[in-house]
Design a protein around this ligand. Structure first.
Ligand SMILES: [Mn+2]
Length: 247
C-alpha cells in the first residue's frame, strides 16, 4: 500500500501554508485539492512540483467538492482538473460524480472524462459520497451499476472509509468492488457525522480494515483525509503498514 496525505487539513489556508506542509512531511504521495480558495492553475502546479522533496513523490488530485455548482459547465470544469493533473503527472484524479438526469448520461460523461484522463496516463476515481450528498454517486448500487456498465479501463473506485462507515457498507463495498479499488480515503468519525477526525479519535476499526486489505494483497493508495493532527495519524498509519509488513 502507498501512504498518501490529503491537504484537506490546510487547504483553506493561503497557498504558501500548503507548500510549507508539503516540504515538512515526508510521504510517498500527496493528494491536493482543486477547490476554492486554492484552485489549481499553472502557477500552483509549479509551486507543488518544487515543494516535494523528489521527483519520486507523487502528487494526486482531488477535484472540486461540489461540481454541480458549475451547472451546465460542470464536466468542462472536471476536464480542467484532469488536464492540470496531467501536468502534475498524477496517478489519479478523484471526483464526486454528479448523477445526471439518467444513468446513461452519467455514464457517458464519466467515460468521456476517463478517456481524457487516459491520454495523460491518469486513472479517474469516483468517490462514494454519503447519502447526505445524494446528488452524487453514493450508494453501493450506484457503483455496482457504474462498474458493471462501463468499459473504461482507467475508471476506478476511491473508497472513502469514513463515508462507508456512516452508511454501514464498508464490508459490502470491499467484497463487491475490491477489483476496482485504487485509493482509500482514511479518517475517523462517530458513525453518524462526516467529521474527518484524526485516526483513533472516532470509532472506525481502520487497523482491522487495512489488515483485511493487506490479506487480499491490496497495493493501492491509502490517503489520510483528516482535518487535524495529520502527522500523528501518518505515524499511526506507517506503524500499521510496517506491522503488516507492507510498507
Ligand atoms: Mn473523501
Amino acid at each position: 500500500m502507498i501512504p498518501c496525505v490529503s491537504t484537506l487539513f490546510v487547504h483553506e489556508s493561503p497557498f504558501s501554508k500548503i507548500i510549507e506542509w508539503l516540504k515538512r512531511i515526508e510521504v510517498k504521495a500527496w493528494e491536493i485539492i482543486d477547490e476554492k480558495p486554492n484552485e489549481l492553475d499553472i502557477k500552483k502546479i509549479e509551486g507543488y512540483k518544487k515543494a516535494v522533496s523528489s521527483d519520486l513523490t507523487l502528487i494526486n488530485v482531488h477535484g472540486p467538492y461540489n461540481p454541480l455548482a458549475f451547472g451546465p459547465f460542470l464536466f468542462k470544469r472536471l476536464e480542467n482538473t484532469v488536464s492540470l493533473a496531467g501536468l502534475l503527472r498524477s496517478s489519479y484524479v478523484v471526483i464526486h460524480a454528479p448523477k445526471c438526469e439518467d444513468f446513461e448520461t452519467t455514464l457517458k460523461n464519466l467515460e468521456n472524462l476517463s478517456s481524457i484522463a487516459s491520454k495523460f496516463g491518469i486513472k479517474l476515481l469516483v468517490e462514494n459520497c454519503t447519502s447526505n450528498e445524494s446528488a452524487y454517486l453514493n450508494t453501493l448500487e450506484d457503483f455496482i451499476i457504474l462498474f458493471d456498465t462501463t468499459c473504461a479501463k482507467n475508471l476506478g473506485l476511491c473508497l472513502d472509509l469514513g463515508h462507508a462507515y456512516i452508511e454501514r457498507n464498508v464490508d459490502d463495498f470491499l467484497s463487491r468492488l475490491y477489483e476496482k479499488l485504487v485509493n482509500i480515503h482514511l479518517h475517523d468519525n462517530d458513525g453518524l457525522r462526516d467529521l474527518h477526525m484524526p485516526l483513533d479519535s472516532g470509532k472506525i476499526p481502520w487497523r482491522r480494515i487495512l489488515e483485511s486489505l493487506a490479506k487480499k494483497g491490496y497495493e493501492g493508495f491509502v490517503t489520510l483525509e483528516c482535518k487535524s493532527s495529520v502527522e500523528e495519524s501518518l505515524n499511526k498509519l506507517n506503524e500499521t503498514l510496517i506491522r503488516l509488513n507492507i510498507l
